[in-house]
Design a protein around this ligand. Structure first.
Ligand code: NAP
Length: 346
């Protein structure tokens, strides 16, 4: 068996960082060598700082690891980042320039000219951009926004088969999407908050880069028109999206269901450890999918769709559900790293 690749987790104490560590326990390719967070946490043992993950869910030895300052020197070849966006931009660029491979969940580098905004099932060819990055042996790859990932996965086989002219997306997003500790209980209990800073802009722009094509000058974005509305709701994990689609070539409902059912891509061909066997599952229940019932489909890496029906304005509408800290963050980033390893980038 080949030696495991040493990885570090930046932002290891946050919602996404904890999910990284849980998913990296006994990982067949990667072993956690270092963890880092802010200077508030640096110098302390992980177990002293983090109280939302059970020690039995952590990789061996991590509970007693000393947290490093994320701005300091790192040793691991691969650094997964769940850093707060107030610092991620500078800190990730600094580590990439020092020769590390950064796989980030933060928004800061998503629009850099040669940085892939990667969903392994959707745009694995965008990894070719890395060659033009200015970081020498290092590089930065980013995960899209957590709601964007679920919606774009559900759309990808339909976009390829039928073309899409316009999209409306209305999200109902979980509390964990706001990080830890996130919103106060009195703000979110018994409530719906119809605003998440910057989120509508991400949903309206990121799918265009992800579905775009690679060129010498970076990605030529798709000309898809998108309108998004977002809401924070009192759900612990799992983002729901109500999607309306205007297709270029209108399919039948059966053709849409067939495309979802048949959809597989490179992660499935390569049998990557975190790849869902079935990337998209259509739930036939009249009131499905639901976060409480379905967010852990395919270990939280599957995209759930349901309620496909005609829309009098757009043509079709349906529901998409995905796990925001697994497929939408840590699990998605680990899948990116698995793909990069198998395709020779790591
Ligand atoms: P979070 O719970 O607030 O965690 C933020 C992490 O960043 C913590 O480890 C924190 O360390 C660290 N940090 C904060 N300020 C720092 C500083 N000045 N220097 C170094 N480290 C610092 O946030 P999260 O929800 O995990 O999100 C992390 C990133 O992923 C964000 O950019 C977010 O937008 C993105 N994201 C989140 C989700 C989600 O569903 N939550 C999904 C996709 C993407 P301390 O504990 O020491 O303060």
């Amino acid at each position: 068996m080949s030696k495991k690749i040493e990885v570090g987790v930046l932002g290891a104490t946050g919602s996404v960082g904890q999910q990284f560590l849980r998913l990296l326990k006994d990982h067949p390719f990667f072993t956690v060598q270092e963890i880092a967070a802010s200077e508030r946490s640096a110098g302390k043992r992980y177990r002293e700082v983090v109280n939302r993950i059970s020690e039995s869910d952590l990789p061996d030895g991590v509970a007693d690891m000393i947290i490093q300052d994320a701005e300091g020197t790192c040793n691991s070849q691969v650094l997964f980042s769940g850093l707060d966006s107030s610092v991620a931009g500078e800190v990730e660029a600094q580590h990439a320039a020092a020769g590390h491979i950064i796989i980030s969940n933060s928004k800061n580098h998503r629009w850099d000219q040669y940085v892939p905004l990667l969903i392994p099932e959707v745009n694995h060819d965008h990894l070719a951009l890395i060659r033009q990055q200015p970081y020498g042996k290092g590089c930065i790859v980013t995960n899209p926004n957590c709601s964007t990932i679920g919606v774009v996965m559900a759309l990808k086989p339909l976009y390829d088969a039928f073309g899409i002219n316009a999209l409306s997306i209305t999200t109902l997003q979980a509390i964990s999407g706001a990080g830890y500790p996130g919103l106060s209980a009195s703000d979110i209990m018994d409530n719906v908050v119809p605003h998440i800073d910057g989120e509508e802009e991400k949903l309206e722009s990121e799918p265009r880069k992800i579905l775009g094509t690679v060129s010498e000058l970076g990605i030529i974005p798709s000309d898809l028109k998108i309108s998004a509305q977002v809401h924070r709701v009192p759900v612990s994990d799992g983002h729901t999206a109500a999607v309306q689609v205007a297709f270029a070539d209108t399919p039948t409902p059966d053709e849409i269901l067939e495309k979802w059912q048949q959809f597989t891509s490179r992660p499935q061909v390569l049998h990557l450890p975190s790849a869902p066997v079935r990337p998209i599952t259509y739930f036939t229940g009249a009131a499905h999918p639901q976060p409480l019932l379905h967010r852990l489909t395919e270990n939280g890496m599957g995209i759930c769709t349901g309620r496909l029906r005609e829309c009098p304005i757009f043509g079709y509408k349906f529901t998409v559900l995905s796990h925001n800290t697994i497929r939408g963050a840590a699990g998605g980033a680990i899948l990116c790293a698995e793909l990069m390893k198998e395709d020779g980038w790591i």
